[in-house]
Ligand binder design. Structure first.
Ligand SMILES: NC(=O)C1=CN([C@@H]2O[C@H](COP(=O)(O)OP(=O)(O)OC[C@H]3O[C@@H](n4cnc5c(N)ncnc54)[C@H](O)[C@@H]3O)[C@@H](O)[C@H]2O)C=CC1
Ligand SMILES: O=C(O)[C@H]1O[C@H](OP(=O)(O)OP(=O)(O)OC[C@H]2O[C@@H](n3ccc(=O)[nH]c3=O)[C@H](O)[C@@H]2O)[C@H](O)[C@@H](O)[C@@H]1O
Length: 480
């Protein structure tokens, strides 16, 4: 029986390993983590992450071929294949601060593997890492190798949160990069055999190590670039009377462009797009390619512009101040069907509104008050470290309340901001919401989930990203 150990029981390690265990009954998978609380949650009925379909998969194989443990060294030493799926946050200090990937967690994992290994191992980079990381990892692993053979593979993960199980069951592709030596190719084949249990062969791509590492950064940069391109267009749509949804549809009908990932929004969030693009920018700079670095940096700049443009729309529409006004925020997660708030646009929007002294009432079906308070109190990039190493119990942001009901959040509010595209926000009784709000009642739709025409009929003043402007907003400056 092939033994797999995965370091890191997070959004990637947990679901990915659960699906491997589910699909490969002759493989034993143990997921380990330095966070005792996280492992306890994986072993309980309340999994540490919310992901549609995950519960079923875990329940079917936990205790049979899938295990969660904190006994890291034991399981690493017994494994044939070790996946490393630990955090790779953006550095906040020192060389490359604000851009480069912080490989502290990776390096400590590699040193531990080198220390405890007693037999040959295949070590798989599952985390997203800078191109050429495998070279550094190889040096760490072989430094004290005691004659043990380590083969490093790059097997970046392309799942998206909210659809992780679907993406893992039916991936567009699985990418495996390895050394072009006979030993390297043997290791590639061993990992290929695991995936080939359920992934069609033509979707398993094998490349050299550096191509695999770079392809992951490139894929995320391309995806984020599509959103920033559409978001840039949304500003022009508002200025000209064009409708961004119509433009996206017309553009996406070109089969060379395609219809996916062209939804204008209040800005992309999530733990990876910004982090990985900053990382790419840094690598370009280090390789003497400032023009290329500048090109990709614009994707982030447009995203930041989109978030501050949204805040400015809210404030300027409401007589240029939200001081003391109640603003309801519907949706705090970075996208629907996840409770993940890492780098969510909602953090920046809320901070912008708080900067103008608004009182905010937040409702998200999956995000707890504790998480929201932590997010609003945390420094940039701190969110991407293991949860138990993040700053603890920040003082509560007093102007923020969190409710478990959208109607409660909007009661007595001057304005409502929709910041996550949860399906339930399409079904709300907006007449009821309107009746219980201060007048004039404003609604700012950062996800284009509501029909602005219907809401205007109810009486709302509506702003929808990239849509023809309400008469009320026409003469207001988009950026101040
Ligand atoms: N979240 C996502 O959708 C995707 C993330 N990625 C990449 O995967 C990597 C992990 O991301 P997430 O799973 O989202 O992060 P996460 O924060 O949810 O999980 C990482 C886990 O690693 C643990 N950890 C840290 N150091 C460790 C060590 N030395 N030994 C054992 N456990 C350790 C942490 O306690 C944490 O539970 C990152 O590089 C990320 O860029 C790639 C594709 C998708
Ligand atoms: O490396 C990663 O972490 C992952 O990053 C993204 O996945 P994820 O961040 O989970 O979710 P996405 O669906 O890509 O959404 C990212 C952000 O973009 C926003 N978005 C997405 C699509 C769109 O058309 N418009 C838009 O604003 C979402 O609301 C969200 O805030 C990629 O889609 C995955 O392929 C990749 O593996």
């Amino acid at each position: 029986m092939v033994k797999i150990c995965c370091l890191g029981a997070g959004y990637v390690g947990g679901p990915t390993m659960a699906v491997i265990a589910f699909k490969c009954p002759n493989v034993e998978v143990v997921v380990v983590d330095i966070s005792v609380a996280r492992i306890a949650a994986w072993n309980s009925d309340q999994l540490p992450i919310y992901e549609p379909g995950l519960d079923d998969v875990v329940k079917q194989c936990r205790g049979k071929t899938l295990f969660f443990s904190t006994d890291i060294e034991k399981h690493v030493s017994e494994a044939d294949i070790i996946f490393v799926s630990v955090n790779t946050p953006t550095k906040t200090r020192g060389l490359g601060a604000g851009k480069a990937a912080d490989l502290t967690y990776w390096e400590s994992a590699a040193r531990m593997i080198a220390d405890v290994a007693k037999s040959d191992k295949i070590v798989v980079e599952k985390s997203t890492v800078p191109v050429k990381t495998a070279e550094a990892i190889e040096k760490i692993l072989t430094h004290n190798s005691k004659g043990i053979n380590f083969q490093i593979l790059s097997n970046p993960e392309f799942l998206a949160e909210g659809t992780a199980i679907q993406d893992l069951f039916n991936p567009d592709r699985v990418l495996i990069g390895g050394r072009e030596t006979p030993e390297g190719q043997k290791a590639v084949q061993a990992l290929k055999d695991v995936y080939a249990t359920w992934v069609p062969e033509d979707r398993i791509i094998t490349t050299n190590l550096w191509s695999a590492e770079l392809s992951k950064l490139a894929a995320n940069a391309f995806l984020a670039q599509r959103i920033s391109s559409m978001n840039a267009m949304s500003a022009l749509c508002e200025a000209t009377g064009a409708n961004v949804s119509e433009v996206a549809y017309a553009v996406g009908k070109d089969t060379r462009i395609g219809p996916k990932f062209l939804n204008a929004s209040v800005g992309f969030g999530g733990s990876c797009f910004q982090k990985d693009i900053l990382n790419l920018v840094y690598i370009c700079e280090c390789n003497g390619l400032p023009e290329v670095a500048h090109y990709w940096k614009q994707v982030i700049k447009i995203n930041d512009y989109q978030k501050s443009r949204f805040v400015n729309r809210v404030v300027s529409s409401m007589f240029n101040t939200v001081s003391g006004k109640k603003i309801a925020v519907l949706g705090f997660a970075f996208k629907k069907d996840t409770g993940d708030t890492r780098e969510t646009a909602a953090i920046d929007v809320c901070k912008g509104l708080l900067g103008d002294k608004a009182k905010i009432s937040i409702y998200d079906p999956q995000v707890t008050e504790d998480q929201i308070q932590r997010d609003l109190s945390m420094n940039k990039f701190d969110w991407d470290h293991p949860i138990h190493l993040q700053p603890m119990s920040p003082s509560a942001v007093k102007q923020v309340t969190v409710t478990w009901d959208a109607y409660e959040a909007a009661k007595g509010a001057h304005g409502v901001c929709i910041l996550t595209e949860w399906d339930e926000f399409k079904q709300l009784d907006y007449k009821k919401i309107y009746d219980n709000m201060q007048k004039p009642a404003f609604l700012f739709d950062g996800r284009n989930v509501v029909d602005p025409v219907k809401l205007r009929e109810i009486g709302f003043i509506v702003y929808s990203i990239g849509k023809p402007l309400d008469a009320w907003l026409k003469d207001m400056p988009a950026m101040i």
